[in-house]
Design a protein around this ligand. Structure first.
Ligand SMILES: Nc1ncnc2c1ncn2[C@@H]1O[C@H](COP(=O)(O)OP(=O)(O)OP(=O)(O)O)[C@@H](O)[C@H]1O
Ligand SMILES: [Mg+2]
Length: 227
């Protein structure tokens, strides 16, 4: 078993387009240990979301190699890759992406149902998670009946539903006002302190600074940021 939760070597991602190839990632290498907290900043279009999509096993690299928790992602079949996505990885997005017809409780319960967790166990974990993110009193609200910060809390609880070893967050405070964003950043700190490795992409320098490791991306290349 590898000691790395993420081991990416020389990842490239090229999108062929009629006007010519777009090189979104141009040789990115990254190693993360369990429990690491790393932030990625960089100008719009430099490849940050593309990198998260590769790390999240939702897109495949054009070249290079990626192992998640010791499994070579390219060698896995679709089912195994889905399984890794569901049980090893958690995603948090700028626009939350909660299912509008489901309550907070049901949104957090869903990935556990998909992973085959039995009913009593998943209901207990869902209650615990919603209490953990401070929403014990909002479990039966649908997304439209929650504030932006509350929706992001539900999204974080959902991302943690199957106890991922790596949380990937793409601009998680982008839709939120400053104080709500800071509260979400506090929650992410807590998630990391409780042992989950995290990669957080953000334009928000105060969120980026909370990470133990700061990376900058420019033109599809990743570098350690000067502190
Ligand atoms: N599916 C796609 N097809 C073609 N080009 C794409 C695709 N996805 C991304 N790109 C291009 O790849 C580059 C990197 O995009 P990406 O979304 O990773 O940027 P980003 O750093 O996340 O930017 P932002 O900060 O604005 O979210 C951009 O030039 C974009 O136009
Ligand atoms: Mg992006």
């Amino acid at each position: 078993m590898s000691e790395w939760i993420v081991e990416a070597r020389d990842l490239r991602k090229v999108f062929p387009m009629p006007a010519g190839d777009v090189v979104a990632l141009d040789g990115v290498s990254l190693q993360l240990s369990p429990g690491d907290y790393c932030s990625i900043q960089g100008p719009s279009g430099c490849g940050k979301s593309t990198l998260l999509h590769l790390l999240g096993c939702v897109e495949t690299p054009s070249a290079g190699s990626l192992a998640i928790a010791g499994s070579d992602v390219a060698a896995l079949g679709d089912r195994e890759r889905s399984r890794i996505r569901l049980t090893r990885l958690g995603f948090v997005f700028q626009r939350f992406f909660l299912l509008p017809m489901l309550t907070a409780f049901e949104n957090v319960e869903l990935p556990q149902s998909e992973a085959g967790v039995v009913r009593e166990q998943r209901r207990e974990r869902t209650r615990e998670l919603l209490e953990y993110v401070g929403l014990g009193a909002r479990m039966d609200h649908r997304p439209s009946q929650l504030s932006g910060g509350e929706m992001q809390r539900v999204a974080i609880a959902r991302a943690l539903a199957n106890k991922p070893s790596l949380l990937l967050a793409d601009e998680p405070t982008g839709e939120l006002d400053e104080s709500t964003g800071n509260a979400i950043a506090d929650l992410l700190d807590q998630v990391n302190a409780d042992g989950t490795a995290m990669v957080v992409v953000t334009h928000n320098p105060t969120l980026a600074e909370r990470a133990g490791r700061h990376l900058m991306m420019r033109n599809g290349k990743l570098e350690e940021a000067a502190r």
